[in-house]
Design a protein around this ligand. Sequence first.
Ligand code: SAH
Ligand code: SF4
Ligand code: F3S
Length: 457
Amino acid sequence: MSYKKYAYINTIGCQMNVYDSEKLAGILKSRGFEITDGMDKADIVVCNTCSIRHKAEEKAFSFLGRFAREKKKRPDLITVMAGCVAQQEGEKAFVRVPHLDIVLGTQAFSRFGQHLDALESGKKQIVDIGESHIIFEAMPDEAGFDENKISKFITIMQGCDNYCTYCVVPYVRGRERSRNHDAIVDEIKILAKNGIREITLLGQNVNSYGIKEEGISFPQLLKKVSEVEGIARIRFATSHPKDLSMELIHAIRDIDKVCKHLHLPVQSGSNKILKKMNRGYTRQTYIERIKALKKACPDIGLSTDIIVGFPSEDTKDFNDTMELLSEVGFDSIFAFAYSDRSSAPAAKFADQVDEKEKMSRLNQLLELQDIYTEKKNKALVGSKLEVLVEGESLKQRDGFLKTSDKMKQMTGRSASNKIVHFPSDTSAIGDLITIQIEEAYPHSLWGYPLGVEKNEK
Ligand code: SAH
Ligand code: SF4
Ligand code: F3S
């Protein structure tokens, strides 16, 4: 009787980890494992980890730590620490998680199968934090597509050469390198053939895509990707403000499939802090780029990342950041309290900000942005937005529909990245549909598909 083997993968961290985990799943599937949601029945447990902030790192250790007892009961259970914490810790990972079988660094993913073989032949406690020039040229596993998925991430480059003083990425992901454009386009063609309608191109700084390799530029890549039949929308992350070129601004404006949304992490509104962060731009140049962008694409949705409580950030610096929110008009922000990373230079900077003060600044910033987000959303009432249908909405509301509870409430996203709920029985996942916006809330918009009559409440 054949016995089924199960694998459980826990992914912590950024979109790149989501992409990497899918590739790890592909390797496991090719070795006969079925991917499961139930960690209790898993024969192999993989944690794909993140070390960007202390909290993310702790999450990885505590998740893996919980298998210590299980491993005593079931010595055949395989536990794997993969990704950024694995790369950072190497051998040291065994100090806190002695029962680990494999420590798989960020450039070791393509060797995962090899390590599983070695484990099977009796090798113990394998650590691979070596380098590799292969990013992930493995193609998507056509059999492994989740139903209902219309959107996928795809890594186009790895690593980072920017060395922001707070950040671990250059140390855990290595030097910046770009994938070959033909391999990227081929991978996207397979995705499109399997019903994927939207793709997000990933890199720490997509604007420097291909520069080292003297290949095609990022805007040229966008053009090539836009020619793939079946792909309706292209998103990308992240752009670095210092490298946001007019060529990219024009590509966003001119290529229809490129969503009119830009995530442009500013990190701080204070020139003193930006300098200490080694970001390579000033508040003024950031604002200038935003102006050029808004001039070219007036409907552009804007989001950003902000760190509060960076060493030596005083009240004035923090106020500069608060003021930047109104000056730029972001649709949404991701804000973080600065977290000391021992491998990053800022850990040795003087004048570390008190934890309580960091949390207070974080809350003030988020509260202020909530006001702007709601205002921005309210300004959309009465407008028409094209939405890519993602599925049935988790939020069901009575009284919003003309045909009452008989009609399904669906959800999707606008090109500017707003979540839109609407009633419809005719739209299917993956459709593009125009919605007349009727109501706006801090985190979502509600409306009617054109042609569907409005419920007269
Ligand atoms: N390459 C991207 C960001 C990658 S990390 C860029 O340059 O914008 C995602 C976000 O995590 C960063 O934008 C930053 O806001 C935050 N971050 C990075 N290191 C951090 C740290 N040590 N403490 C708090 N937040 C951090
Ligand atoms: Fe980190 Fe800066 Fe590189 Fe972004 S650009 S990954 S913040 S070092
Ligand atoms: Fe985290 Fe590594 Fe991504 S540190 S944010 S998982 S690149």
